[in-house]
Ligand binder design. Structure first.
Ligand code: NAP
Length: 288
């Protein structure tokens, strides 16, 4: 074993910690990537209930896991069990990737960079000086707001069911982001705000079961609409935005980008994005 953990250069294993972990594409994405690069690694599903999280980390250390992805509901609570956080994870108080370096467990957040890379590199949005509306106040909304502020979006409006939660997300825009201002809009009036934003991001689960946020909103052909939901691949919000001429994007691009960044943290190798995307598209039709 080298200083980086079980397997850099040799065999290794990682997994995803979540509960109840019903729907996850991560094992498919990463196992395809390992095979593509000829790495003797495996990615496992680790359904871990909240009271068992600390034991799970102890088990990872004892068994020599190279790291883990972290998903709901552990992204914030895992922070107290880790030895160190990198800048993005610290900034939003949420971890989606754990890296084991010797006995130390290091928390990263690749959702922030993953969203930014998808938005600019894949969707082609020009963020500098733009205005954006973000729906939701959970871990994904925090990552999106941080990414948008890092990309120098000028105005960010945050809307969530609980105004105090939206305020907490807006407060992530700090003096470290002198070119960005954030404000809160009320959930019931968020649809009225749509027209003044070049970008609208849904970071709530509304749409997974056919529901639609912003039902009374009007979209236009100058706008980008991103729904972070990736299963189903399209949602009523995206259908409506697309029908009204907006550039509409689902959550698969962010999922692939954040996974690629996690892969690179664990293996030190560049992730095979094309193989991961193809595997995700193939698998998404078979999810529950
Ligand atoms: P989360 O931490 O549980 O936060 C969910 C947010 O949505 C909360 O603000 C919650 O409000 C709000 N919400 C839930 N149900 C709602 C409803 N019926 N009406 C209005 N607001 C509602 O979840 P998350 O991790 O942020 O994930 C949010 C979404 O993003 C999920 O669909 C997830 O699959 C997706 N996601 C995608 C990626 C990707 O890579 N594409 C990455 C992360 C997340 P309350 O606080 O009031 O409950």
């Amino acid at each position: 074993m080298n200083a980086l953990g079980a397997g850099r250069g040799g065999a290794g294993f990682v997994g995803v910690l979540g509960w109840p972990l019903d729907t996850t594409l991560s094992p498919i994405l990463h196992n395809v990537a390992f095979r593509q690069l000829g790495l003797d690694w495996v990615y496992l599903r680790w359904p871990v209930a909240p009271p068992d999280l600390e034991d799970a980390l102890r088990g990872m250390r004892a068994l020599g896991a190279s790291g883990a992805n972290v998903t709901m509901p552990h992204k914030a609570t895992i922070v107290e069990h880790l030895d160190e956080l990198t800048g993005d994870a610290e900034a939003i108080g949420a971890v989606n990737t754990v890296q084991r370096v010797g006995d130390r467990m290091i928390g990263h957040n690749t959702d922030i960079g993953g969203f930014g890379e998808f938005l600019v590199g894949d969707a082609g949005f020009h963020p500098k000086g733009a205005s954006a509306l973000v729906l939701g106040a959970g871990g994904a909304a925090r990552a999106v707001v941080k990414a948008l502020a890092d990309l120098e979006v000028r105005n960010i409006s945050v809307a969530a069911r609980k105004t105090e939660n939206a305020r907490a997300v807006a407060s992530l825009v700090t003096e470290g982001h002198p070119k960005t201002e954030a404000r809160v809009v009320t959930w019931d009036h968020a649809h009225e705000d749509v027209g003044s934003n070049a970008l609208v991001v849904n970071a709530t689960p509304l749409g997974m079961g056919g529901e639609a946020p912003l039902q009374d909103a009007e979209f236009n052909s100058n706008q980008y609409v991103v729904d972070l939901i990736y299963a189903p691949p399209s949602t009523p919000l995206l259908e409506r935005a697309r029908a009204q001429g907006a550039s509409a994007w689902g959550g698969l691009g962010m999922l692939i980008r954040q996974a690629a960044a996690s892969f690179e943290i664990w293996t030190g190798r560049q992730a095979p994005l094309d193989a991961m995307s193809a595997a995700a598209i193939r698998a998404i039709g078979h999810l529950d």
